[in-house]
Design a protein around this ligand. Sequence first.
Ligand SMILES: NC(=O)c1ccc[n+]([C@@H]2O[C@H](COP(=O)([O-])OP(=O)(O)OC[C@H]3O[C@@H](n4cnc5c(N)ncnc54)[C@H](OP(=O)(O)O)[C@@H]3O)[C@@H](O)[C@H]2O)c1
Length: 280
Amino acid sequence: MKILITGANGMLAKSVKNKLFGNELICTDVEDLDITNLEDVRSFKNKINPNYIINCAAYTAVDKAEEQKDLAEKVNAIGPLNLAIVSKECNAKFIHISTDYVFNGNLDTNKVYLETDLTDPVTVYGFTKDLGEKNVINNCDNYYILRTAWLYGDGNNFVRTMLKFGKEKEEVSVVSDQHGSPTYAEDLADIIKQIIEKQIPYGLYHTTNTGFTTWYDFTKKIYELEKIDCKVNPVSSEEFVRPAKRPKNSKLSKDKILSQGIYIPSWEDGLKRYLEVERR
Ligand SMILES: NC(=O)c1ccc[n+]([C@@H]2O[C@H](COP(=O)([O-])OP(=O)(O)OC[C@H]3O[C@@H](n4cnc5c(N)ncnc54)[C@H](OP(=O)(O)O)[C@@H]3O)[C@@H](O)[C@H]2O)c1
């Protein structure tokens, strides 16, 4: 299987490359292939003629995006548009990664978001990712859009930050009213591998680790597992204002993907395995 992976130096892409080892992988970052340039994307596609395109490239600086709308839109909306167009041209299957930020996050936290729920982004990042999804849906047929959330892996992420703080500080304050599923990049990469192997029906799927928590309880779990003696103080979103509003409810239902026989570990299980790797 010939697979093009874009954004190949990014956090998720590193795990995808590991999981798909054994296939013919063509891995590109922005220096090799800028996904915002249709002619470059097309001529690259003509050269390699892939069976799959996996788009791990994105503009992911959620706060900075509020001031860099044009760049965020180019990467998160035009990039996937270009990749959707060329995957249709060469009959490749297109796997595109999206986010919980396509929702406004105001759903009651006792409820979960379904793939059929209407999107309503409230941040520039969310708006551009939502546009990216629509561009994929409207420009190719053989697509998988995988919405994920709270991703951590081999790159800067929340777990690494909290481990650092836990060793340096006596107490930390963490938001306790935002709910979601921490997702280990290795587990999302494994979901991608299973999708390719099982060839499940095309479409939009929510793909995070299973189970839900808050950033506060997630932090407490990290410290418990690492035996870090640092007090965790719960704070509200209102006390911890950021340039881009964070969704209070990022709970994505996994029923659709699970019903296709895809195995997904719990977020606690993913965290335990990640910490083992980080300890080495
Ligand atoms: N991280 C999260 O918590 C999270 C949550 C939900 C969804 N997601 C989604 O998951 C996916 C993977 O995220 P990630 O955290 O792995 O992202 P990441 O680590 O920020 O990696 C993105 C990669 O894309 C590259 N890139 C940027 N502009 C490009 C362009 N024009 N052409 C080609 N490559 C370009 C970046 O290169 P440079 O570094 O050189 O710019 C970087 O290597 C994204 O679609 C993201 O929206 C992430």
